[in-house]
Design a protein around this ligand. Structure first.
Ligand code: GLP
Length: 261
């Protein structure tokens, strides 16, 4: 796992955007796995800026989002499909038909999960998966104790996640308790993972993910098995890392070709 510590969330997001922009430039037909949440918003803003000011071209890019709430239609303002459209897709030149988000309103959710896996396979797999981190160590909506080899599936949201995400809903009771999410196995099959986690609320989850044991109780710890996982944290979320100096040392001694900035 490559751990990069940046002074703050803004700097971390700019670096994350650089990594994605480089992939889009090197491989214009790449397949991106995308994430929602507060964390990647600044990263999307930077990609939008690069599109507008530097001509970053998304016309051949295909995307797959990690997850979606069960029961929310695409035009619901709290659905992840809506989030992606408002915060990213409508500001860039992406072909909307190449953007994929699980359908949380599918009549048969199991069929939808299998369809989503097949779509990813048909696209040739995901080149880079962007990830956030739940306070309880979840990635996508893979809550603690779920299988580390899972494929796209239906998950029951934990009470912690309901609390953390409920401010997006006017009434906490209006928040769906179920979601469709790529499985941990789906995420591990991507060619590269880029996880962002900032702020003091993520300190404990960051520590468990990077330095804790590989354990289903912290699904993000499965990234320890990924052959190419980059984790960008800030000083606050990195504050409990025992080996922070080691990560800084590695970062400071990279070859030029290993650096992103
Ligand atoms: C949700 C999403 C995750 C996201 C997490 C953290 O549960 N399903 O993909 O990483 O929230 O969200 P935030 O970035 O808002 O802290």
């Amino acid at each position: 796992m490559e751990v990069i510590i940046r002074p703050n969330a803004a700097a971390g997001c700019i670096l994350g955007a650089k990594i994605i922009a480089k992939l889009v430039r090197d491989k214009p037909g790449c397949v991106l796995g995308l994430a929602t949440g507060r964390t990647p918003l600044r990263l999307y803003q930077e990609l939008i800026r690069q599109h507008r000011e530097e001509g970053l071209d998304f016309s051949r890019v295909t995307t797959f989002n990690l997850d979606e709430y069960v029961g929310l239609p695409a035009d619901h303002d709290r659905s992840y499909r809506y989030f992606m459209r408002e915060n990213f897709f409508r500001h860039i030149n992406i072909d909307q038909s190449r953007t994929h988000v699980p359908d949380g309103t599918a009549a048969d959710l199991h069929v939808e999960c299998r369809r989503y896996e097949q779509l990813i396979a048909d696209a040739g797999g995901i080149d880079l998966q962007l990830l956030g981190l739940g306070r309880n160590g979840h990635i996508g909506f893979n809550e603690p104790s779920g299988s580390l080899r899972s494929r796209t599936w239906i998950k029951i949201l934990s009470e912690q996640t309901l609390r953390d995400n409920s401010d997006a809903f006017q009434l906490p009771t209006a928040m769906p308790r179920h979601a469709i999410t790529m499985g941990v196995g789906t995420i591990l099959d991507t060619r590269r993972c880029l996880l962002l986690a900032f702020g003091p609320a993520k300190t404990r989850a960051v520590e468990r993910m990077i330095e804790g044991p590989l354990a289903a109780i912290c699904p993000a710890s499965a990234l320890q098995l990924h052959p190419r996982a980059t984790v960008i944290v800030d000083e606050a979320s990195a504050s409990a890392l025992q080996y922070a100096d080691h990560y800084r040392w590695i970062d400071a001694n990279k070859f030029a070709w290993q650096r992103y900035d």
